[in-house]
Design a protein around this ligand. Structure first.
Ligand code: NAP
Length: 292
């Protein structure tokens, strides 16, 4: 298990990162500053989260040199199309207060407007060629979306960020990613999305994860993160609480056995908790991203 992953273009990315979806803007500065002080060096935000400005503020507050932090953000669907996505890069970097991004990804495929998705990805290819981003990728791309993209563009995504936790691990997408050297990056890696929903059991309460955790003196969240890291995925836990931010980073000094990894794999229900990627349309989800 390595703390860092080498992307398909040779760029090094920390495997464990910090997510800020649903971190309110007023909480985000403190949360990201705490994460950086704890040792996280990968921060994942998105234009659609409405907190890029606060992420940038935290980076400046902590004062870690820009080249020591891996900064990742996402283009929202309302900014798809070649020129629009080039402009979205300017909007995001303006809010973050940086000149360059380490990883820029498309937040979703737009299956009914794949032309716009391709235009957006070609803009990412341009930004990569111009050195404005160190790596490019996608998020929530299913196997058919990866195939369509590969047929129409030149650069294989460095990363595909997808919903992945013990209850929904998306093996087929992971295998498609691995087949072309794309890193699978887990969103909701500790099953946060299971806890948000009233209609299902929370992964934090799972008996299997608790039992494995007890065997190592670890929490279910730490067990889930270790499962991702040992299986070669990047993972992006989110918390706004300092104790949990520290807990989620304290996963580098224990090892799950193969049997434990297999018993976590067996928790997969095949049931997605987040939005179905094939149903994402501009009409339903295309709210505009502010200029500043
Ligand atoms: N690409 C996409 O479409 C997409 C979608 C969703 C998420 N993401 C990315 O993935 C990141 C994480 O996803 P997520 O926030 O859905 O899920 P998550 O990280 O799996 O879980 C976060 C939730 O769990 C709680 N939590 C955090 N650490 C905990 C711990 N050690 N013990 C118990 N509870 C804990 C958090 O609450 P507190 O904050 O109160 O601690 C929050 O409610 C996001 O921030 C974002 O960067 C991407």
């Amino acid at each position: 298990m390595t703390k860092e992953l080498i992307l398909n273009n040779g760029v090094t990315m920390p495997a464990l990162g910090f997510g800020v979806y649903q971190a309110a803007p007023e909480e985000t500065v403190d949360a990201v500053a705490t994460a950086l002080e704890t040792g996280y060096r990968l921060i994942d935000t998105a234009a659609a989260y409405g907190n890029e400005r606060e992420v940038g503020e935290a980076l400046r507050r902590v004062g870690i040199p820009r080249d020591e932090v891996f900064l990742e953000t996402k283009v929202w669907i309302s900014d798809y199309g070649y020129d629009e996505t080039l402009h979205a890069f300017e909007k995001s970097t303006g809010k973050l207060g940086v000149d360059q991004l380490d990883l820029l990804i498309l937040h979703q495929a737009l299956p009914t407007r794949f032309d716009l998705t391709v235009g957006a990805y070609r803009a990412l290819e341009r930004l990569l060629a111009d050195g404005r981003v160190a790596a490019i990728g996608v998020s929530n791309f299913m196997v058919e979306h990866l195939d369509r993209l590969a047929a129409e563009t030149s650069i294989i995504p460095a990363v595909n960020q997808i919903e992945a936790h013990p209850y929904f691990s998306q093996r087929a997408v992971q295998e498609a990613d691995a087949a072309v050297g794309t890193v699978t990056q887990a969103w909701s890696p500790i099953g946060g999305i299971t806890a948000y929903r009233p209609d299902g059991a929370s992964a934090f309460e799972d008996e299997t994860l608790r039992a494995i955790g007890a065997a190592h003196g670890r929490t279910p969240a730490q067990v889930m993160l270790r499962w991702h890291l040992q299986q070669g995925r990047s993972a992006l836990p989110k918390s706004v609480r300092p104790a949990r931010i520290a807990e989620n980073f304290d996963v580098f000094d224990f090892e799950l056995t193969d049997a434990e990894l297999s018993s976590i794999d067996a928790l997969d229900t095949g049931v997605r908790r987040g939005p179905a990627p094939e149903d994402v349309t501009l009409e339903a989800f295309g709210r505009p991203i502010p200029e500043a």
